[in-house]
Ligand binder design. Structure first.
Ligand code: KG4
Ligand code: ZN
Length: 336
C-alpha cells in the first residue's frame, strides 16, 4: 500500500507546531516554536499575544517541517489541523494556514480534535500499540479518562468537573512564585520535599467514580500558603509541592486503574502535558503492574503540544475518508 504523508498543524495554545508524519506513526519532522518565554512574564498564556506570535511563526515553522522531512508540499496526501479545543484566535491561525495549503494543493483537509491528538501520540511512540485501551489525558486544559474503543471511536468515562490537572500545577506554581509553566517547576521542587508533610484533599465522586475535581485541592494549598504567610512562617515550598503533587497523582492513578479494571482493559496509556511527570509515570507503572495492566506513555517531547500527534490523528481520519469541508471553523470548546 502507498505511504500516506500528512502535514500536521497545531496552534491551539502557545506552541506553533508543524510536522510531517507517514502512515500516522513515522515522524519525518516535528517542529515546535514555543512562546513559553513570552507568556512566562505574565504568569500564564495571554490569548492575544499567542495569536500574534502564531501569525509570525506559522509559515517558517511549516516551511522548516517540510524541509527537515525532505518532502515538498505537492508530495503531501493531506493536511491535518487542530480545530479545537483551544484559544479561538490561536486556533484560527493554524486553521487558516491549513485551509490555504489544502486548497492550493487540491488535497483533503482534516480537522483534528486536540485531545484526540494527545491520545495518538502513543501510536507514534509504540508502533505495535492498537486500540482498545484506556487513556488518561491530563494537560493544562483537560483531564479525561477515555475508553479508546477504536482509532476513531472514543468514549469519555470521566472528566474534571472544574480545573484540569495541569491547570492546578500552574496555579500552585504561581502562588509559590515558581513561574510558568508550573508542572515541571513543581515537579522539580517536589523531588526535595516530603509528600506526607501536608494532607491535602483528594476528591472522589460516588455517582461518577472516574470524574476529577482539583479546585478544592488548589484552594487548600493556597489557604495553607496564606496562613503561613500571615504567621510570618517560612513557606516549606518543597513539602507543599511534594504533598500537592502526591494528591493529584493519587487521584489520577486511582481513577485510571479503576476504570481499566472495570472495563477489563489490559492496556493503559497516558497523554498530555501532565503525563511528562515522572512521579505520575512511576506511580501509575506500579499500580498498573499490580493490576496486571501494561502501561504505555509517549516520550517527553510528544506529551506536550506538538503537531506530530495531530498528523497521526489525521491519518486515521484519512483512512476512513473523514475529510473536513473548506468552511471548517475553530471550535474553542470542542469536546471529545
Ligand atoms: O498538553 P499541554 O502541552 O497543553 C495543553 O493542551 O494544555 O499541557 C501543558 C500542561 C501545563 O499545565 C503544564 O504545567 C503541564 O502540562 N505539565 C506538567 C509537566 N510538564 C508539563 N505537569 C506536571 N508535571 C510535569 N512534568
Ligand atoms: Zn495539549
Amino acid at each position: 500500500m502507498k505511504d500516506i504523508i500528512i502535514l500536521g498543524i497545531e496552534t491551539s495554545c502557545d506552541e506553533t507546531s508543524a510536522a510531517v508524519v507517514v502512515n500516522g506513526r513515522r515522524v519525518l519532522s516535528n517542529i515546535i516554536a514555543t512562546q513559553v518565554n513570552l507568556h512566562a512574564e505574565y504568569g500564564g498564556v495571554v490569548p492575544e499575544l499567542a495569536s500574534r506570535k502564531h501569525v509570525e511563526a506559522i509559515i517558517p515553522v511549516i516551511d522548516k517541517a517540510c524541509r527537515e522531512a525532505g518532502v515538498e508540499l505537492k508530495e503531501l496526501d493531506a493536511v491535518g489541523v487542530t480545530y479545537g479545543p483551544g484559544l479561538v484566535g490561536a486556533l484560527l491561525v493554524g486553521l487558516s494556514a491549513a485551509k490555504a495549503i489544502a486548497f492550493a494543493l487540491g488535497k483533503p483537509l482534516i480537522g483534528v480534535n486536540h485531545i484526540d491528538g494527545h491520545i495518538c501520540a502513543n501510536y507514534i511512540a509504540h508502533e505495535e500499540l492498537e486500540p482498545p485501551f484506556i487513556c488518561l489525558v491530563a494537560s493544562g486544559g483537560h483531564s479525561h479518562i477515555v475508553n479508546v474503543v477504536d482509532y476513531k471511536k472514543t468514549v469519555v468515562l470521566g472528566r474534571t468537573r472544574d480545573d484540569a490537572a495541569g491547570e492546578a500545577f500552574d496555579k500552585i506554581a504561581r502562588v509559590l512564585g515558581l513561574g510558568y509553566p508550573g508542572g515541571p517547576k513543581v515537579e522539580k521542587k517536589a523531588l526535595e520535599g516530603n509528600p506526607e508533610a501536608f494532607n491535602f484533599p483528594r476528591v472522589k465522586f460516588k455517582d461518577s467514580p472516574y470524574d476529577f475535581s482539583f479546585s478544592g485541592l488548589k484552594t487548600a494549598v493556597i489557604n495553607t500558603v496564606h496562613q503561613l504567610e500571615q504567621k510570618n512562617e517560612k513557606i516549606p515550598v518543597e513539602d507543599i509541592c511534594a504533598s500537592f503533587q502526591k494528591a493529584v497523582v493519587d487521584v489520577l492513578v486511582e481513577n485510571t486503574v479503576e476504570a481499566a479494571v472495570n472495563a477489563k482493559s489490559q492496556k493503559v496509556c497516558i497523554a498530555g502535558g501532565v503525563s511528562a511527570n515522572t512521579f505520575l509515570r512511576q506511580s501509575l507503572e506500579k499500580a498498573c503492574s499490580e493490576a496486571g495492566i501494561e502501561l504505555f506513555y509517549p516520550p517527553l517531547g510528544l506529551c506536550t503540544d506538538n503537531a506530530a500527534m495531530i498528523a497521526s490523528a489525521a491519518y486515521f481520519s484519512y483512512v476512513e475518508k473523514d475529510f473536513a469541508p473548506e468552511c471548517l471553523n475553530a471550535i474553542p470548546g470542542l469536546d471529545l
